[in-house]
Design a protein around this ligand. Structure first.
Ligand code: DUC
Ligand code: ZN
Ligand code: ZN
Length: 475
């Protein structure tokens, strides 16, 4: 007998929509049929949509800092908010510190992630590509199941110059890893910050002035050109504006293996949010910065064209208050001392569904591709994650496409004291979430045991296999 039968729902996957029952056995999808027989648990789902659980490929959770502190949002609270929002797998980050290695950091982060209630994979942030790390530690890390490296082209102390970035690209190619990249020009930002401060412009709204689209476009162009030169597949993270997306589109048109991700904040927040009074603008500060309202429709067009094919949260929570939050330097600390990042794991699916599907901008299948199937493919987790294929992990979200809700921090399950989406009305809401066949969220109540998430080791995968043709002396 099946463990679970979900009956009467409309299945929505990357491939299409169909009315069917779905059966689960041993934690995996075991049957899809017009009518399934009895099961140990039957979920009647008439009128609801059944989709693969969300895969959030870009989350900052319980990341350590070089001074030994750790982000407020731990794996337990982040998992709770993920499940409450319909996400069942996350890919988060392990930082390397300049002068240090990666293997010990990886082991530490795995111990932290052992509290997770969603399934977890890691990206390795590389900040110091010295021979010991490139030739000994990274190969060992790949053996442990890490298949993506993250490069920052800005942010002290993470930034890589072009020479160091090239070393990361070359190592990734040798190791069969994806390179993901934060594209903003470090020196241009520093130049603008100095000028803004000299002019007395220090409030949060100046954050957008310090990091205009040209800063992102230039770094996006450069990152793609260097990856193209080394025949290394590249994913550009959190694209916030059409001019950066155009760089990706042009490279894709010449056959370069480059992909673009965006995030809900760039589709619903604007630079004006950072001008809210009372220092509240800090609540919306992330990088790249939210843009002018007109940019949003241009980003939607890039999504519809397939240039941007993943929507992640870039969840990175800092409370508005408290010593680890947005303003450790005090209420009036200058904008460049406010940590960048906003929480968004829980709101990702509801915001994208509401603004995308309910607003008529994208189809339901496209929604599933953006939040589940494509992130899983990009990270080498498909079809185990992001699909409802027979044999896939039974990570599913039952979705009410007509439910109307208002987002609020009171209903958020993260450990952060605010949401940037307070008071925003959405259409479409997750009513039940199953993770590997277990009901872990029902009616906004998360019922998963800390530590019930699984580590997702990743092996080699075709999507990121280099095309070949690199000069042999360069490979
Ligand atoms: N920008 C990043 O690059 N990472 C974390 C959060 C942010 O705003
Ligand atoms: Zn980034
Ligand atoms: Zn990020």
């Amino acid at each position: 007998m099946l463990d679970v039968a979900i009956r009467g729902a409309t299945l929505v996957t990357a491939e299409g929509m169909q009315r069917a029952d779905l059966g689960i056995q041993g934690g995996v999808v075991a049957a899809i049929a017009a009518r399934l027989p009895e099961a140990r648990r039957v979920v009647e789902a008439d009128g609801l949509w059944l989709m693969p659980g969300g895969v959030d490929p870009h989350c900052h959770i319980e990341e350590p800092a070089p001074d030994g502190t750790v982000m407020e949002e731990g794996f337990e609270s982040a998992s709770r908010s993920a499940l409450a929002g319909g996400t069942t797998s996350v890919v988060c980050f392990v930082p390397q510190w300049k002068g240090g290695g990666v293997l010990e950091r990886f082991r530490e982060q795995k111990r932290r992630a052992a509290r997770a209630m969603v399934d977890v994979a890691f990206h390795q942030i590389v900040t110091d590509p010295v021979p010991e790390v490139l030739e000994r530690e990274l190969p060992a890390l790949v053996e442990q199941g890490v298949r993506s490296l993250k490069a920052f082209l800005t942010y002290d102390p993470l930034v890589l110059d072009d020479g160091a970035f090239l070393k990361v690209l070359a190592a990734a190619r040798r190791l069969g890893c994806l390179v993901t990249v934060h594209c903003e020009n470090h020196h241009a930002i520093a130049h603008r910050i100095a000028a803004l401060k000299a002019a007395g412009l220090e409030a949060p709204f100046a954050h957008a002035l310090a990091r205009p689209p040209v800063v992102e476009r230039e770094a996006t162009h450069r990152a793609i050109a260097l990856a193209e030169m080394l025949d290394q597949p590249l994913q550009v993270f959190h694209v916030s504006c059409a001019e950066a997306a155009e760089e990706i589109a042009r490279a894709q048109a010449r056959g370069v293996q480059v992909w673009g991700e965006t995030c809900p904040q760039y589709l619903v927040l604007t630079a004006d949010d950072m001008a809210r009074p009372g220092g509240e603008g800090a609540k919306f500060m992330c990088s790249p910065a939210p843009r002018a309202a007109a940019e949003q429709e241009r980003l939607w067009a890039m999504i519809r064209r397939g240039v941007l094919d993943v929507v992640s949260s870039d969840h990175c929570g800092f409370s508005f208050g408290g010593t680890r939050g947005k303003r450790p330097g005090g209420r009036d600390a200058p904008f460049d001392q406010v940590p960048n990042g906003i929480p968004g794991l829980q709101a990702r699916l509801p915001l994208l569904f509401s603004e995308g599907v309910a607003a008529g901008r994208i189809t339901p299948e496209h929604f599933v591709r953006l939040v589940a199937a494509n992130p899983a493919r990009m990270m080498g987790l498909w079809p185990r994650k992001g699909s409802l294929h027979i044999g896939a992990d039974a990570d599913c979200v039952l979705w009410d496409p007509k439910a109307e809700r208002v987002l609020s921090n009171a209903a958020a399950q993260h450990a952060i004291d605010y949401t940037p989406y307070e008071g925003r009305a959405v259409t479409g809401w997750p009513v039940m979430v199953l993770r590997r066949g277990e009901v872990v969220m029902e009616g906004d109540v998360v019922a998963a045991a800390p530590g019930s998430g699984e580590w997702l080791p990743r092996g080699p995968y075709d999507l990121i296999r280099p095309r070949g043709g690199l000069e042999p002396w360069l490979a």
